[in-house]
Design a protein around this ligand. Structure first.
Ligand SMILES: Cc1cc2nc3c(=O)[nH]c(=O)nc-3n(C[C@H](O)[C@H](O)[C@H](O)COP(=O)(O)OP(=O)(O)OC[C@H]3O[C@@H](n4cnc5c(N)ncnc54)[C@H](O)[C@@H]3O)c2cc1C
Length: 309
């Protein structure tokens, strides 16, 4: 792992930086590249603009590791409101949440209760619920709670990270239960005991897992294969593999992040691929923004250039 990536991921955990760095106007200017604003309505404006270009959306309110009961309840209420608003606006926009936002660090059953409420609301609205994946100590509990949810609600998916050695096994087991998979490379600082340290190994594992996700046998239970990546080489390889094995473009999707590779998002949608963009919003953006910088340390240069008016 590069030194810059390591430093940025360490910075993402710094309380001091979060409290002080986020006040600097140039940081706020730089982060606006990755999020349309802090409010739900800012997200809706962005999702509507993309819908006009044939790109649908996923929404997430930024936040993680909530330690306060009332705050976790507030997060759940916000998502219930969001799912309802999206339904009334008739917008193709799916919620995606982090379990630690719903109070997982306080109590597992509390988080599950909130998760279940969100799944019930999404189900009633004909929507779909995505569960994000956080650091490796949370993988088992995230998958356990997602399986429990899937036993009750059919339209549920979870993010899996290609950098983890364990992911192949998880993927096979979850797809057999009809749980949707959003495959990503992985955004956290993980030790070599659990994750491939070399990027080339992560990329190779991603493609191997993608092939498995497109296999008719893996999809037999109805699991939704989603590729969450901006890596155009990988995207081209996945599309080529699908074409040669007879998997139709409507049978798999690409999800990307707001503000990253916008031209490619539009080109893919124009080419007939199913494309969604995850739009993040909210006031608690610091650790998430640091992870975006770590993904591409050249972004730090971009952020620093924002110091200039
Ligand atoms: C829809 C979606 C949901 C995600 N959910 C999760 C999750 O729940 N858990 C999790 O651990 N991770 C999540 N991630 C993040 C993911 O793990 C990666 O860190 C991130 O997508 C970067 O990897 P990449 O596949 O784009 O490939 P990379 O090899 O990192 O990037 C490929 C190319 O994309 C462009 N690019 C990538 N990132 C950036 C950036 N930040 N700024 C500018 N250009 C960039 C660059 O041109 C780069 O060369 C999610 C990503 C997406 C797209």
């Amino acid at each position: 792992m590069s030194v810059a990536r390591n430093l940025l991921l360490k910075a993402s955990d710094s309380k001091w930086l979060r409290e002080n760095g986020t006040k600097a106007p140039f940081v706020r200017r730089a982060v606006s590249r990755f999020m349309p604003g802090e409010s739900f309505d800012d997200m809706v404006v962005a999702a509507r603009a993309m819908a006009a270009d044939g790109v649908t959306a996923v929404f997430t309110r930024l936040g993680e590791n909530v330690k306060d009961l009332a705050e976790a309840d507030g997060v759940a209420r916000h998502y219930l409101y969001g799912i309802d608003r999206i339904h009334k606006l008739n917008l193709a926009c799916e919620p995606s949440i982090k379990l630690t936002q719903l109070g997982l660090d306080i109590d597992r059953e509390l988080a599950y209760g909130h998760l279940r409420d969100l799944a019930a609301q999404a189900h009633a609205a004909g929507n779909y619920l995505w569960v994000d994946m956080e650091q490796s100590p949370y993988v088992d509990v995230t998958l356990d709670l997602t399986r429990r949810l899937r036993a009750e609600f059919p339209r549920v998916g979870v993010c899996l990270q290609a950098y983890l050695y364990r992911t192949r096994e998880d993927l096979v087991e979850l797809m057999a239960r009809g749980i949707g998979i959003r495959l990503v490379k992985g955004a956290y600082n993980e030790p070599a005991e659990v994750a491939f340290p070399k990027k080339s190994d992560v990329d190779a594992n991603y493609f191997a897992l993608a092939q498995l996700m497109l296999d008719a046998g893996s999809r037999a239970a109805g699991a939704r294969p989603v590729f969450g990546t901006h890596d155009m080489t990988l995207i081209d390889s996945i599309r080529r593999h699908a074409a040669t094995t007879g998997v139709k473009p409507a049978e798999f999707e690409f999800h990307m992040l707001y503000g990253i590779q916008k031209a490619a998002q539009l080109r893919l949608a124009h080419d007939g691929a199913s494309v969604r963009v995850l739009i993040a919003y909210g006031a608690y953006w610091f650790p998430w923004y640091m992870r975006r910088l770590a993904e591409r340390p050249a972004n730090v240069g971009f952020a620093l250039r924002q110091i200039l008016p």
